[in-house]
Design a protein around this ligand. Structure first.
Ligand code: ZN
Length: 124
């Protein structure tokens, strides 16, 4: 790796880390796609518009996602990926099925949590 490439790599890494902190605070540590709660070190940075489709390394195009969603989304658009997650039919492929299951489990967990909080009189 040349000095120029090393510098470029450091800049990219610093940018991604800074963007991650900013984006993460806006999203309250949730995966953009499945809404699962993300702990420090468990998140990835995803390009909403994939780089392969012209998406840029700008914070407007970056979001925090869990590893499963990021890998499963691959070079799909947000809309394409969302359509798969919301489908009642399981998708083909191990990564997509994992993301599809996580999405459904998270929705159920959040509904249960709301019901429990309501029952005990706690505001979320
Ligand atoms: Zn996710």
């Amino acid at each position: 790796m040349s000095a120029r490439h090393r510098m470029r790599y450091r800049i990219d890494r610093a940018f991604r880390q800074a963007a991650a902190i900013e984006i993460r605070s806006k999203q309250e540590m949730q995966c953009r796609y499945c809404k699962s709660v993300l702990l420090a070190g468990e998140y990835t940075i995803d390009h909403v518009v994939p780089k392969s489709r012209g998406g840029l390394d700008r914070k407007e195009n970056l979001c925090v996602a869990c590893v499963t969603c990021n890998l499963a989304k691959s070079d799909m658009s947000k809309k394409e990926f969302r359509r798969i997650l919301e489908s009642n039919t399981p998708p083909a492929g191990v990564l997509l099925i994992r993301a599809w299951i996580n999405y459904r489990m998270e929705r159920r967990l959040q509904r249960s949590l709301k019901r429990i909080c309501k029952a005990v009189g706690v505001d979320l």
